[in-house]
Design a protein around this ligand. Structure first.
Ligand code: CA
Length: 483
């Protein structure tokens, strides 16, 4: 069989529930929908640490954060862990990466395994971004999403037609600060965007540390919502705060959705190019995002937490030669599984990444049932004391029916005090009875048995992946190289 080409399109912070193929109530994404229609829509893909740098490190290496040692946005990629593009390049693939890297910029942490690459320093800019590449830095005029698309198409046009390619298209959109493309001026105007059902969640049953996260809509900054806040919405009264949150929601979502629209166009341009060059049949096209995002859900923006809107990654996979159009997959997979799957699709042993912790889901993509597949994902968010969002470190497990989360609150200094001692807190959600995760049943005696089962499963997966549970203030803390 001829080895397939790979086009891996990944955006930043794009939640599945703002893709119409996933039933979005707030926007339409015709080109992403085309991928879903002509390929597979994956409905249970979860990140293992919901934040930019860690997700990217897990995708590239097929490992958890404690193995690749990029558990935080403040960490730099551990160059000793091999990546799937390195393996493919060694096996004769032409490889390229354009867009957001966010894994460090030193000699050791900059991209490797790519024949060509252009990356933003850190998050990069939406307008006229600086990008660095093998030859140094350069400023590109225009809108970031268009520029990365152009660089990707240029690579496809000048490649060697005799060899397969692996192209990573890493858009920075729709990451904060949500600067939309000017051509979407007027789309999704503020005031017209439906609010999510859970926007006024009062969090009465959640862990104390979750109730304190600074990811409330009212925590959005002027640079996030851009319009001038009307004077009548200022003040501390509950009524003003509520009206202000609704007002900020409309403006941040307007710009977020406009950013998404340009990413959707990029997918369309790439699909058109593959059609025009006759490459579509044996090219795997993936659309995903590094993690999900709260789109006003539970009254929040941002990610980090293990609740589904943040945990879930969109994933659409088209490969006409091997995947039936209209495939729907509900097996639980994670971003740690991507590298194994792509290596197997390319005819390589997933074990060619020596630290590999992922499981290839290629059989499922091809329509096979895999009865012994473990339907569970282990999750761990490592940042103990993020100074801006006050998101607590936590770990847990999600199965098709339940979710267990432990906030171990070690060294948690939020808000204000760096030496506050907090007890461990648990949450448990019954995802069948309560799919919106509104009711924490960890203390409900009716769920005592389920709680014990999920704690045991968490411990089992920690053992399997070589992660250490929290066992009190003396538990050794993970150290990592800083960028
Ligand atoms: Ca991200």
């Amino acid at each position: 069989m001829t080895r397939p080409n790979i086009v891996f399109v990944m955006s930043d912070d794009h939640a599945a529930h703002s893709i119409s193929a996933y039933g979005s109530r707030v926007n339409t994404t015709p080109h992403m929908d085309r991928l879903a229609r002509e390929g597979a829509r994956m409905d249970a893909v979860y990140c293992t640490n919901s934040i930019c740098t860690p997700s990217r490190a897990s995708i590239l290496t097929g490992t958890y954060s404690h193995i690749n040692r990029a558990p935080s946005i403040y960490s730099e990629f551990d160059y000793r862990v091999r990546t799937f593009p390195e393996v493919l390049q060694e096996r004769g693939y032409q490889t390229a990466l354009y867009g957001k890297w966010h894994l460090g910029h030193t000699e050791v942490s900059r991209p490797r395994g790519f024949d060509d690459w252009r990356i933003y320093p850190g998050q990069g800019d939406y307008i006229d971004p600086v990008m660095s590449g093998p030859e140094g830095e350069e400023t590109f005029e225009g809108y970031a999403t268009d520029i990365v698309t152009r660089q990707s198409l240029d690579f496809l046009e000048r490649r060697d037609p005799e060899r397969p390619f692996c192209l990573l298209v890493h858009h920075k959109a729709p990451h904060r600060p949500w600067i939309p493309h000017p051509r979407y001026e007027g789309m999704y105007e503020a005031g017209t965007i439906p609010e999510p059902e859970t926007m006024w969640d009062e969090h009465t049953m959640r862990a104390q540390v979750v109730r304190e996260v600074a990811m409330q809509l009212d925590d959005l900054r002027p640079t996030d919502y851009k319009d001038e806040l009307p004077a009548e919405l200022e003040g501390d009264a509950e009524e003003a705060r509520r009206a202000r949150s609704a007002w900020k929601y409309q403006r941040y979502m307007r710009d977020y959705l406009r950013c998404v629209q340009a990413v959707d166009d990029s997918v369309g341009e790439i699909l058109d190019h593959l059609d025009e060059t006759g490459l579509a049949e044996n090219t795997i096209v993936i659309y995903t995002s590094d993690q999900g995002f709260f789109l006003g859900d539970h009254g929040w923006f941002d990610k980090r937490l293990m609740l589904d809107e943040s945990l879930t990654m969109p994933m659409l996979v088209r490969w006409p030669a091997q995947i039936a159009a209209g495939t729907r997959l509900s097996d639980i997979v994670s971003n740690v599984d991507f590298a194994a799957t792509l290596l197997e699709a390319a005819g390589e042993d997933p074990g060619s990444l020596p630290d590999q912790q992922g499981r290839s889901f290629l059989r499922q993509l091809r329509g096979q049932q895999v009865p012994d597949w473990l339907q569970a994902v282990y999750y761990r968010y490592w940042e103990h004391d993020d100074p801006e969002h006050h998101a607590p470190a936590h770990y847990g497990v999600r199965t098709p029916t339940h979710k267990y989360i432990r906030y171990y609150n070690d060294g948690l200094g939020t808000p204000g005090s760096s030496d506050r001692i907090m007890p461990v807190e648990d949450e448990l959600y019954d995802l069948v009875a309560d799919p919106r995760e509104m009711t924490n049943v960890a203390a409900d005696p009716a769920y005592a048995e389920v709680l014990e089962e999920l704690k045991a499963l968490t411990a089992e997966l920690q053992e399997q992946y070589g992660d250490a549970p929290y066992e009190g203030p003396d538990t050794p803390r993970l150290e990592w190289p800083t960028a």
